[in-house]
Unconditional design. Structure first.
Length: 456
């Protein structure tokens, strides 16, 4: 009877573990998986390194010492483990390379290491000369995205997604001022944009939106926007106002550069972040929801408007960083057929994010000048995996990411909660979105036009 009870308990435990692994892989990893993985890595490490060709033959002095003492010839040496640290999504292995080894050797063998250690994914990066960090994930962290409870909070740095290695993907505007986000319909581009706006809402930043779909994407978040344009004509005026603001900010920086000998210890001001806090203008993030709508034209007048818009965007992309104006350009399609100035604009957009795209040309416009591997990864995103994207920058590095699902209602609630942080910018005051005066009129459509025109 006792044996039957023991067997029954074991069967129940195995079933519970299997159910936990299926329904809650993160909980399974933290309770059982991490221990099993650590033991597996430590036991298999030497044989796996040898099988993957990541060992080096013994040095000459060790061979000479073995011959002199009649000892067996020493075995080939694997990279030395400096640290093995479990994380909430996998293992972090820090290796010290042997003489003659290269970080590329580890990266090239990442797929073989994944199979050998029975992990879901393996990525590597070089920390410094001779030291490589190998990040192993124990389960598919992008299947059900759960952002960490605590993330690094820095000015103009927003956690927007999770990478496939379990780390957080940040949108850092001070490091990468301007970015391009591509994605076909139902690819998850709008959810990525909502996470971006929700992350910027608590910060001291002005948000400017250009949504030519009559504002259906951005107007629910408009209480946190300092300006919002819902048609190309208004967008042209908003961008011209931003260019004028950029000129005034440069005049302020010039007057406060502190290059006189009276302030020997002060840094020379070259952008708004070098100015004293009391003089620093509020930074501005410009979100363009569909850039193709701004570049299309059918008449001569629309062509003039189009050239005016693209010229303003190029000016802001080339000169806006120091003035604290950052661009977030989004679109379903981004190609040279949109007309002159488009490739010049793309050259200034350092950050690149591509969700599922409908054609290879769009992926090439995003990553063709960065990494052929990123282009291949972008066009292989399956249609059923909404939200999966490839994120890279002009340095050539790229990651597979996925933003947590944020509904439009959730993003609107966050923007409404921080509506009091919306700065009033004189240049953009005419374009401040208007709202119904009472909750009973909440269903009334409010035109996104200049305030002067609305009152007239």
């Amino acid at each position: 009877m006792t044996g039957f009870v023991v067997v029954l308990v074991l069967v129940l435990v195995v079933v519970a573990v299997g159910l936990l692994r299926w329904r809650r892989p993160a909980w399974y990893w933290l309770t059982f998986g991490v221990t099993v993985a650590v033991v597996r890595v430590l036991i298999r490490y030497g044989s796996v390194m040898d099988a993957c060709g990541l060992t080096v033959p013994p040095s000459r002095w060790r061979l000479a010492l073995a011959r002199a003492t009649n000892r067996p010839i020493p075995e080939a040496r694997s990279p030395r483990i400096l640290r093995l640290r479990p994380s909430r999504t996998g293992l972090v292995l820090r290796l010290k390379l042997r003489p003659g080894q290269d970080a590329f050797d580890i990266a090239a063998a990442s797929d073989r290491l994944r199979h050998s250690f029975s992990m879901y994914g393996v990525t590597s990066r070089e920390l410094r000369s001779g030291v490589v960090e190998v990040r192993m994930t124990g389960y598919d962290v992008l299947k059900r995205v759960r952002m960490p409870a605590e993330t690094e909070t820095l000015p103009m740095r927003v956690p927007v997604a999770l990478r496939e290695d379990g780390s957080v993907h940040y949108r850092d505007y001070r490091a990468i001022p301007h970015a391009l986000t591509l994605g076909a319909t139902e690819s998850g581009k709008s959810v990525y944009q909502r996470n971006l706006v929700a992350g910027l809402a608590p910060m001291d930043v002005a948000l400017v939106g250009v949504d030519c779909k009559r504002g259906v994407e951005l107007f629910p978040l408009a209480r946190r926007f300092s300006a919002l344009a819902d048609d190309p004509d208004t967008a042209a005026e908003v961008l011209d106002a931003l260019v004028a603001r950029m000129e005034r900010v440069y005049q302020l920086i010039r007057s406060q550069q502190r290059i006189t000998s009276d302030l020997p210890d002060a840094e020379v001001a070259a952008d708004i972040w070098d100015l004293p806090t009391e003089l620093r203008p509020v930074p501005v993030v410009v979100l363009v929801d569909e850039v193709a709508e701004l570049a299309l034209y059918a008449t001569k007048d629309e062509e003039k408007r189009r050239d005016r818009i693209i010229t303003a965007l190029v000016h802001l992309a080339q000169l806006g960083r120091a003035a604290g104006i950052y661009l977030e350009i989004c679109g379903q399609r981004f190609g040279s057929e949109l007309g002159k100035g488009i490739t010049m604009l793309r050259a200034q957009l350092t950050g690149r994010t591509a969700h599922r795209v409908n054609d290879e040309t769009s992926a090439n416009m995003a990553f063709g000048d960065i990494s052929p591997d990123a282009v291949l990864a972008a066009i292989q995103i399956p249609a059923e995996m909404r939200g999966i994207a490839i994120a890279g920058d002009s340095s050539g590095g790229w990651h597979r990411i996925r933003a947590p699902h944020t509904s439009l209602r959730q993003a609107a609630n966050i923007c409404n909660r921080y509506a009091d942080r919306t700065p009033d910018l004189p240049e953009l005051a005419p374009f401040r979105p208007a709202f119904p005066g009472s909750e009973s009129d909440a269903a009334v459509l409010v035109p996104l036009v200049k305030a002067s025109s609305a009152t007239a």
